[in-house]
Design a protein around this ligand. Structure first.
Ligand code: TXA
Ligand code: MG
Length: 338
């Protein structure tokens, strides 16, 4: 298959929309990461998404909509708290898991009776959803297990020849995937995956907001998890990633200097000095900067031939928790504490 490359003009978005209507797969930009889109209602198309990614069939896809009202086409029940959150955080990087309508086949929902729904804010994503008239099921457009793509070139690297088209909308601004939540009851928000929209951001809208323990630790393969994506190793570059929790830069630099081997790199904060003799990259100082850069740096480290990467440990509060979670998952939850 030849993968077509489209620019984000109205004409080319219309061509991409036509491919979706025909049941083809189209990768497209969102504000978080690039998605690999298919008509969420078509079993054959959704099966092709799983095949193109090499994704386990029990890991459900998120359905993307362009207007808040479309939530009623996808969800069988919409509690008041979901509407409240939609009015505040949509369009944006928040995915809500709700009971699904029959038009969403079980292939899309990974066999579950629920479905994740999100209204992205990226204008190209919304134009594509509108032009196609389809609710678009889209996982991140990487091969399963690879870092999520934040540029069209990353998608091309992973998916060229496997999908009908890639729509280029530039580099994604957020850089990590959406916050995924479900509701334990009418007033409790359960965070299944942290993102730019944090526990602190959600707190004013429910009496309780809590983060699933799987965000902080490795889950044994036989344990039942609240969100299937938690089970799978994720986001990993080829290089071994080793986060180092150090009291300060001097302690980090000292540890790395003593333990460096052939192919060792460092992933540092922007404000850090160089460590003599050890090549480094930087991923920002704030949580938002680190989220924007993390997956990009993972891919650059692989291109540079890094074998072992010592990473300055991000914080764990606010949006920074999303960076911490992606990093710890890439590291298989192994880290060094000094
Ligand atoms: O930002 C994003 O969410 C991106 C862009 C493309 O929108 N999409 C994305 O999709 O990250 P994906 O498939 O890579 O991750 C979806 C996550 C998985 O961890 C999956 O297990 C969880 O959402 N999920 C989806 N539907 C669910 C459901 N019904 N119940 C529990 N978890 C669900
Ligand atoms: Mg993904």
């Amino acid at each position: 298959m030849i993968t077509e490359y489209f620019h984000d003009t109205a004409e080319e978005i219309a061509l991409a929309a036509r491919l979706l209507q025909k049941g083809e797969l189209v990768a497209f930009p969102t504000e978080t990461v690039y998605g690999l889109g298919a008509d969420a209602r078509r079993e054959d198309s959704v099966r092709a998404v799983f095949a193109a990614k090499g994704r386990p069939a029990d890991n459900p896809l998120i359905v993307h909509i362009a207007e808040i009202g479309q939530i009623y086409d996808i969800a069988a029940e919409v509690p008041e708290i979901a509407l409240r959150l939609a009015s505040v955080f949509w369009p944006g990087p928040l995915t809500m898991v709700l009971p699904k309508q029959d038009c969403i086949p079980e292939v899309t929902s990974g066999g579950l009776e629920t479905v994740g729904i999100r209204m992205p804010s990226h204008p190209v994503a919304r134009a594509l959803i509108r032009a196609s008239g389809c609710p678009i099921a889209a996982p991140s457009a990487n091969r399963s297990g690879k870092p999520s793509p934040t540029t069209a070139r990353h998608v091309m690297d992973d998916m060229n020849g496997r999908i009908a088209a890639i729509l280029d909308g530039g580099q994604c601004s957020v850089g990590v995937e959406s916050t995924v939540i479900c509701f334990d009851d009418s007033d409790t928000i359960h965070i299944l995956r942290p993102g730019l929209i944090s526990q602190e951001d959600l707190a004013p809208y429910a009496s309780r907001v809590y983060v699933d323990h799987a965000i902080y630790e490795q889950i044994a393969p036989d344990v039942k998890v609240a969100s299937p994506g938690m089970k799978y190793k994720h986001y990993a570059p080829n290089a071994k990633i080793l986060p180092v929790d150090a009291p300060d830069f001097a302690a980090f630099a000292n540890y790395v200097s003593k333990h460096a081997v052939y192919g060792t790199y460092c992933l540092l904060f922007d404000g850090d000095p160089e460590i003599p003799g050890i090549p480094s990259m930087r991923y920002g100082d704030s949580g938002a900067e680190q989220a924007h850069n993390l997956f990009l740096r993972f891919r650059e480290l692989d291109e540079a031939g890094a074998k072992l990467v010592y990473v300055r440990m991000p914080r764990q509060d606010g949006a920074d928790l999303s960076v911490y979670n992606r990093l710890m998952r890439a590291a298989g939850f192994e880290a060094v504490t000094l």
